[in-house]
Design a protein around this ligand. Structure first.
Ligand SMILES: Cc1ncc(COP(=O)(O)O)c(C=O)c1O
Length: 394
C-alpha cells in the first residue's frame, strides 16, 4: 500500500498533510461536543473553531461576510442547496457540458419535474466554454448560470471572471462549482463578480471527506429547502432566515471543520501558488511523456495554460477500465477510469462510446518519480495492444 503511486487526486487528495490528521484527533478528543448549543467551555471551544473556519474560508475566497459561508457535507450537498433554492417552476437555467452530475442531475430533475428549462453550452475543441456563448443564451426568465470552474475530466479552467461580469450586468446569479479549483487556483468572489460558490473540503483544500459548503454573496438569498435544528431561537416554528442558520441544519460536521481548518492553513503556509507551479511542471512532464507513446490519445492537452493538474487519456484498442486494472495490478498505480460523473464531457469528446477515459490527477505530494513510473507503465500497457488484439481474435 505504501508503494502505491496515487494519481487519483481528482477524486480526493491523499494523503492529507500530517497536521490535518493531528488536528482532527486532538480537537475531537478535547472539544468534540455539539457546537453553539450551550455555554460551557468545551462547547464554546467547539463553536469557536466553526466560526474561525468560516472566517478563514471567507478570507480565502475574498467574501465579505463570514456568516454567508455555510457548511454542508460536500460540493454535491452545497450545489443541490443552491440549485433547488434558487430556481422555481418556469425559470430558465444555463449550464455547460463540462458539469459534474452534482449540477447536471439536480438541473435535470428540475427540468423533468418542475418546468425549469435548461440549456447546456458546449466547450470548444480545447475544452473551454466561451462566455459569449453563455450570454447569447440569456433570456428574460434566466435565473441561474451554473459553471464548473475547473473540469474534473480534462482539467480546463473556465474564465469565471468574464462570465461573472456578463451575469452581473444582467443581474443573473452565477453559481460556480469550485470542487476542483478551490485550493488549487485563486478564487476572488468580489473581483470575479461571483454570486455563489460551492466547495468541497476533501480535494485541494486538503481537508477530510464529509465537509463542504457554499458562500452566498450579500444581497442574494437562497431559499431553504430543508428545515431543522439550529441551536438558537428554538421556539420559532419556521426555519430561520438569517445566515448561517438559513442554510445549515442540525449538528454540523465538527470533525470535518477542524480538519478543513488545518488543511487550509497548511495550504496557506506552503503557498497555493508554489504547490500549483510544481504541479503544473509535473503535469507538463506527464503530458509530454504520454503524448510520445504510440496509441495514446490525450484529451484537450495541447496547451496547458489555464489547466489544473488533471489529465485524461485513452489507449487505442484497450478499454479505459482495462488500462486502469493493468495500472493497478501490474504497476500499483491508482487512478480513475470511466465517465468521472461528467457524462456530457465524454459525449462531446466521443469517449462515451468507449466507456470513458483514464484520468490521472496530480496532488501536492505527487513526485517526479511518480510521473516517470506512470509514463513507463502506460508505455508498457500500450505495447500490449497488438498481443491483446490477437488474443481477442484468436
Ligand atoms: C467538478 C466536480 N463537481 C462536484 C464534485 C462533487 O464533489 P463531492 O463528491 O465532494 O460532493 C466533484 C467531485 O469529484 C467534482 O469533480
Amino acid at each position: 500500500m505504501h508503494d502505491m503511486i496515487y494519481l487519483d487526486n481528482g477524486a480526493t487528495t491523499f494523503p492529507k498533510p500530517e497536521v490535518v490528521y493531528q488536528q482532527m484527533d486532538t480537537f475531537y478528543r478535547q472539544h468534540g461536543v455539539n457546537p453553539g448549543r450551550s455555554g460551557y467551555d468545551m462547547c464554546l471551544a467547539a463553536g469557536s473553531i466553526v466560526e474561525e473556519t468560516r472566517k478563514l474560508l471567507t478570507r480565502f475566497f475574498n467574501g465579505t461576510d463570514p456568516d454567508r459561508l455555510v457548511f454542508g457535507y460536500n460540493a454535491t450537498d452545497a450545489l443541490n442547496q443552491a440549485i433547488f433554492g434558487l430556481l422555481q417552476p418556469g425559470d430558465h437555467a444555463i449550464t455547460t457540458s463540462l458539469e459534474h452530475n452534482s449540477v447536471l442531475r439536480p438541473l435535470y430533475h428540475l427540468s423533468r419535474d418542475s418546468r425549469v428549462e435548461v440549456d447546456h453550452v458546449p466547450f470548444d475543441n480545447k475544452g473551454f466554454v466561451s462566455p459569449d456563448d453563455i450570454a447569447r443564451r440569456f433570456k428574460k426568465n434566466t435565473r441561474l448560470v451554473a459553471v464548473n470552474h475547473a473540469s474534473n475530466v480534462i482539467g480546463t479552467i473556465q474564465d469565471i471572471g468574464a462570465i461573472g461580469k456578463l451575469c452581473r450586468e444582467r443581474d443573473i446569479p452565477l453559481l460556480v462549482d469550485a470542487s476542483q479549483s478551490a485550493g488549487k487556483i485563486p478564487i476572488d468572489l468580489q473581483r470575479m463578480n461571483l454570486d455563489v460558490i460551492a466547495f468541497t473540503g476533501h480535494k485541494s483544500l486538503m481537508g477530510p471527506m464529509g465537509i463542504g459548503g457554499l458562500y452566498v454573496r450579500e444581497g442574494l438569498d437562497i431559499r431553504h429547502t430543508r428545515a431543522g435544528g439550529t441551536g438558537v431561537r428554538s421556539a420559532q416554528r419556521a426555519h430561520l432566515d438569517e445566515y448561517p442558520y438559513r442554510l445549515e441544519y442540525g449538528t454540523p460536521n465538527l470533525l470535518g471543520i477542524a480538519g478543513l481548518n488545518a488543511g487550509v492553513k497548511w495550504l496557506q503556509e506552503q503557498g497555493m501558488d508554489t504547490i500549483e507551479r510544481r504541479e503544473m511542471q509535473l503535469l507538463e512532464m506527464l503530458r509530454d511523456g504520454l503524448r510520445r507513446i504510440d496509441g495514446v490519445t490525450l484529451h484537450c492537452q495541447d496547451d496547458l495554460a489555464n489547466h489544473i493538474g488533471v489529465l485524461s487519456f485513452n489507449v487505442e484498442g484497450i478499454e479505459a477500465a482495462e488500462v486502469g486494472t493493468l495500472l493497478d495490478v501490474d504497476h500499483n498505480i491508482a487512478c480513475r477510469t470511466g465517465l468521472h460523473c461528467a457524462p456530457m464531457v465524454h459525449e462531446q469528446l466521443g469517449t462515451d462510446k468507449i466507456h470513458g477515459s483514464v484520468r490521472f490527477g496530480l496532488g501536492p505530494f505527487t513526485t517526479e518519480s511518480d510521473i516517470q513510473k506512470a509514463v513507463a507503465a502506460v508505455e508498457e500497457i500500450a505495447a500490449l495492444r497488438a498481443t491483446m488484439a490477437a488474443a481477442r481474435k484468436g
